[in-house]
Design a binder for this molecule. Structure first.
Ligand code: ZN
Length: 319
């Protein structure tokens, strides 16, 4: 067993284990413990925890029995581990959340259960996050971040607006929510924990790169028909007040696959036309009601969003 005969600082509430020089450093008696990226230079030992959610594989063994040099204990709520220059020992805690690159060596042999997504493809990681939110029940809003956002803790909320760059969203903890809107960008999500939710707007694509935990989800909003409709029927009719006009408009079609390109689609619209004689905006004689054709967000030249359209075309469509 680890030797804990070390000078102990007693605290109450949330604690931060940071910048400690006497290592191995010990933390005992906290509720949840969040270990951030690049925070433990040595081995992270987890003894007597319930669940451990980790993006770092637990490869350490019980062979090491570190002698704690300096410890934090007391009537603790949550613990945040960051920037420790050697080993860290965590004991008598509830759940532990270990971020990507938190440590090179993790010994979680004292955990009841370890959640680690071993199928995850190692992501390059974000070159620093534009927004980092740490703690409990915080909320933050940001627009058009360059690299990504990081949440560490529980029940936090981040709203990201006007996203135009590819983003990494890293969620470490439980019960957090991220809401992202924007256009033409790819959202890559890494979950370490449980019950986290990332909502992604219709003009973004999204994927889960890491899911070390359970009940985490991305909710991707479908593309609305408005994204494909160039001219609505009322807009078309507005232009026809008197005389013979050929109107072309599009309207939502209640289909989940596209008869034109054959693919599954969110936003299938019908293109209709009418060639008629109008008086005061009403068609009093039809020459030809035309046929109907279909298009969707994948095959329409008017689609807005992550399609094969060029950047310039998309910008024009958005105006
Ligand atoms: Zn189509």
């Amino acid at each position: 067993m680890t030797n804990w005969n070390a000078p102990t600082d007693r605290y109450s509430g949330d604690v931060r284990l940071s910048g400690i020089e006497q290592t191995p450093a010990g933390l005992r008696g906290a509720e949840d413990v969040f270990v951030g990226p690049d925070s433990v230079a040595g081995t992270l030992y987890i003894e007597d925890a319930e669940y451990v959610f980790t993006d770092v594989p637990a490869t350490g063994t019980t062979a090491g029995e570190p002698t704690v040099q300096q410890a934090i204990a007391g009537d603790l709520e949550d613990g945040y581990v960051e920037n420790v220059s050697g080993d860290v020992v965590i004991r008598d805690v509830e759940d532990v959340f270990v971020a990507h690159d938190a440590t090179d060596s993790l010994d979680a042999s004292g955990a009841e259960q370890v959640f680690h997504d071993s199928t995850a493809t190692p992501t390059a990681g974000s070159d620093g996050f534009d927004v980092t939110l740490t703690g409990w029940e915080h909320s933050r809003e940001t627009r058009d971040p360059r690299n990504g956002v990081l949440i560490r803790g529980a029940k936090n909320k981040i709203r990201v607006r006007e996203t135009t760059q590819d983003l990494t969203v890293s969620v470490i903890g439980w019960g957090n929510e991220v809401h992202i809107t924007g256009t033409n960008a790819e959202v890559t999500v890494c979950f370490v924990g449980r019950d986290n939710r990332v909502q992604v707007g219709p003009y973004l694509s999204s994927s889960t790169a890491v899911d070390s935990g359970y009940d985490n989800q991305i909710e991707a909003a479908p593309i609305p028909p408005e994204a494909v409709i160039e001219t609505s029927k009322s807009e078309a009719v507005d232009d026809a007040t008197f005389g013979r006009h050929k109107l072309i408009w599009q309207e939502p079609a209640d289909k989940d696959w596209c008869p034109n390109c054959g693919g599954e689609a969110d936003a299938v619209v019908a293109r209709r036309q009418k060639d008629a004689f109008f008086l005061f905006g009403a068609a009093i004689w039809s020459y030809d009601d035309g046929g109907v054709s279909y298009e969707c967000e994948s095959c329409s030249p008017h689609a807005v969003g992550p399609t094969s359209l060029s950047e310039d075309t998309r910008r024009n469509v958005l105006r």
